[in-house]
Design a protein around this ligand. Sequence first.
Ligand code: ADP
Length: 244
Amino acid sequence: MLLSIKHVRKSFGDLEVLKDVHMDIEKGDVVVILGPSGSGKTTFLRCLNFLEKADAGEMDFAGMHIDLSHPSTKDITAVRKKTAFVFQGYNLFANKTVLENVTLGLTTGRGMKKADAEAIARDALQRVGMAERMDYYPSQLSGGQQQRVGIARAMAVKPDVILFDEPTSALDPELVGEVLKVMRDLAKAGTTMIVVTHEMKFARDVATHVIFMDGGVIVEEGTSEDIFEHPKEERTKKFLHRVL
Ligand code: ADP
């Protein structure tokens, strides 16, 4: 098992957002987390790499055992080194070029030499079809192009897992396809991914494991076929009926 996480709890004030959530991931898995808005999907993803601190929970990851409610600085650094996050709003530096945006995580984040970092960044940008735009600034790019740069930045650090938080939901509909294609290519290449998304066709085609969350709990999980063709729980059926 590459990553195992269990008993995750998180509240914001009186609002209990995660109530004992778990997940097991093998290398090469594409785990898709589905569920209605407000069900805790993003919070769960953010707890995985300490963008949010869970109130309780344990994580086993690459030989480490971590208490999610009391992570040491060393744990946090180690997990962040082995994961990369793709944000809904891209989060690129506006005053840096595409190439600099991708290189920065390698030089500043990993202490790599600039020339080596640039070679890796160019390769990652090539893979997402952005090689021609390396000297552009984010404001000169479409949302779909910016998100592809966001994905190249995540790939470049060669993480064990890439976490995607609704990567296409800020995009105009006609730009969604180009980003999903890059994600499909990544999955095909064996990248381990955890994806929070509302893109049902992507989930159905690409997920090796689907988790359906509602109200802070995992209501049902299984293969894409289990969830999409043979859902067992009434809440899963209702949700799928609404979105498909
Ligand atoms: P989802 O990703 O499934 O839409 P979220 O994890 O974003 O759900 O949110 C779950 C619930 O937690 C929502 O009710 C949301 O308003 C609340 N929430 C999320 N982040 C915060 C925060 N930083 N402070 C207070 N409430 C939050």
